[in-house]
Design a binder for this molecule. Sequence first.
Ligand code: AMP
Ligand code: ZN
Length: 483
Amino acid sequence: MNITLYNTLGRELRALEPLAPPRVGFYGCGPTVYNYAHIGNLRAYVTHDLLVRTLRRFGYEVTHVMNITDVGHLSGDNDEGDDKMVKSAEERGKSVLDVADFYTRAFFRDTERLGIRRPDVVCRATEHIPAMIALIERIEARGFTYRAGGNLYFDVTKFPHYGDLARLRMDDLKAGARTGVDENKRSAADFVLWFTKSKFEDQALLWDSPWGRGYPGWHIECSAMSMQYLGEQFDIHAGGIDHIPIHHTNEIAQAEAATGKHPWVRHWLHNEFLVLDKGKMSKSAGGFITLETLIEAGFDPLDYRYFLLGGHYRSQLQFSYPALEGARGARRALRERLQALAERAGALPAPGAAAALPPDSKAAAYLGAFDTALSEDLSTPRALAELWGLLKDSAAPPQEALAAAFSMDGVLGLGLAEAAAAGRAPAGAPDGIDARELEALIAERAAAKKARDFAKADAIREALKARGITLEDRPDGTIWRTA
Ligand code: AMP
Ligand code: ZN
């Protein structure tokens, strides 16, 4: 199936035309592992996961590459501020690599809980320094660099396409306000390819290079690693919208300066931000919300996934707890519908049963509309509406409806098959109660008690009592029994 995606380069919806169909090379910028990912960052990775799952559903053979930034990322994307990794290591009294290891693990624990599939290639910047040096040498050989103050810089005035992605004007860039922090730069938009004169005396990680002992700038890692795994030109590159004006703009300049090939990447996909009532969420500012925060508040990570899918990736999404509660309620209702269908169906359909749906069936029509929604710039709100339409349509035979819903879940990743099965044979749970739901309610009550919201905790206990379940608090947790 063909798919149309919004391309930031050109600001238009464009049909995906891979360089070597059915293969698709996809690079998504990964995390800088100096702290936990906040739920805004996780929106970016759910978007990447959604893209990959959709492409695979439509028959493309995707190679998904993601970097792990463990060196070179300063707090300002334009070479200013502290080194994020070094600062974090100092604060924690750990080595940079220990910090990187710890937060890389935490990152994958989060993504796994959100149903995000692991990329095919996960590459750490510190393990690819030779590839970065080789790429910088090519850029230098083609005359795009200068040395100043011990560092090697990219001269943006030499690269005619500079700023195309962000629609920046070269005149503005040349004249751009000098911040006064790095007097070595000839133009404000120039950026460091290789640091030798570190601003940080205690820089832990240093490598030998033709420009002296030092370390790479942040942007070069993505150009070098993406090309190492996907070739000198590839199909899709993604990240959050904050990456458009600097990071991705610089990645393009480096790659095209080195190879002379244009365009380096055909499709640039950018997710909008998740914002809080109070404004921007930032990893460096502290006080941010992580997936763990949501779990402690009694939510299932998939409630958050559902919440994200309810918005289009190109729309700004406002996070709030009431909105997340709405997503949780919707997911609960979804489970109940699936379980009711499973009861009516008798047996659950086998995996892949959707392929055998009669073409003129109701379920096949919903599935077709679901695919159309995804094929039109990954419209998850419409795709979810098709799922709901299917589950509410009493004219669709239960077996067929379940087969179609499970097929949709191949992209949605909401664990629908497990939810339907849970209703049929909950391990030891009383009739009509899903063990997972019960666990979620117990967790919600525990969180309410922790927050001293005893009215809510009591309300949960009473609601369960009305359904024939008694809760008993013990020193090691809460157990339940049928009354
Ligand atoms: P970082 O680890 O800071 O390099 O960011 C990881 C990814 O999260 C990047 O693709 C960013 O563009 C993206 N990102 C950062 N903040 C947000 C946010 N509030 N909402 C959505 N995406 C974000
Ligand atoms: Zn990147």
